[in-house]
Design a protein around this ligand. Structure first.
Ligand SMILES: Cc1cc2nc3c(=O)[nH]c(=O)nc-3n(C[C@H](O)[C@H](O)[C@H](O)COP(=O)(O)O)c2cc1C
Length: 212
């Protein structure tokens, strides 16, 4: 018999048609916000922001910038997963201030880590830093999709949109952010053709290698 966890993961699918009359509760939204905050990131730096869009007019304006995919218009909320544009020395210093403040770790212990991290980021070019940030962002996407499955929230992860146009419309560029993933969340419409389709997967036998 399938475990409860596997049943939930089977239940999840990339939703194509949302029921626009069904709205996520504050409680469910808060679970997704906490998930984004609690996801592990490299060094714990969290070079990310999650933008939560509920405004219907704005969601409708996103559709033509999403190759006319209707999920962004019809889902209860559209989450936009963004990376920071500038990770500078100050961003790293802020992180260590949080560690000091929230954990009471003495400055003396933190200083060598802080110095090393600043040095290692100084060596990276902006493309390397962007790739590193995007890797962290995809971790949060995985966590969000899994939590959506567990909480029976429908979602569709989307790369199929025009990030620069999103950034301009939503004003993300002015906030020093770049959008990477759109994640409409809400509830599936009963008419969604995809909701009962069998999952197409390479399969555990092909994907897993046991080394004994
Ligand atoms: C990073 C990423 C980007 C995706 N972009 C889109 C998209 O733009 N539009 C869409 O309908 N589905 C998109 N998908 C959904 C995938 O096609 C889907 O997850 C995959 O076919 C597996 O099906 P399932 O999630 O229903 O099990 C995306 C999925 C991922 C993980």
């Amino acid at each position: 018999m399938a475990s409860r966890t596997i049943e939930k993961l089977q239940w999840r699918y990339a939703t194509k048609t949302f029921d626009s009359s069904k709205i996520l509760s504050e409680e469910k939204l808060n679970i997704l916000k906490e998930t984004f905050n609690l996801t592990a990131t490299s060094y714990g730096l969290q070079p990310l922001k999650l933008v939560v869009i509920s405004n219907s007019e704005l969601k409708t304006k996103l559709m033509p910038l999403t190759y006319n995919q209707p999920q962004v218009r019809d889902a209860s909320h559209v989450l936009i997963l963004c990376v920071e544009k500038n990770i500078n020395e100050n961003f790293i210093l802020e992180h260590f201030k949080r560690v000091e403040g929230q954990r009471n770790t003495p400055r003396k212990i933190l200083e060598p880590f802080e110095k090393n991290l600043i040095a290692s980021f100084t060596e990276k070019n902006s493309e390397e830093i962007k790739d590193w940030m995007v890797n962290q962002l995809y971790l949060t996407l995985g966590a969000l999709l899994t939590v959506c499955a567990v909480e029976e929230i429908d979602a569709c992860p989307m790369e199929g949109f025009e990030p620069k146009k999103y950034d301009k419309l939503i004003g993300l560029d002015k906030r020093g952010l770049e959008s990477v993933i759109a994640l409409p969340v809400g509830y599936r419409d009963e008419s969604d053709f995809f909701k009962d389709l069998k999952k197409v997967r390479r399969g555990v036998d092909e994907l897993i290698i046991e080394v004994n």
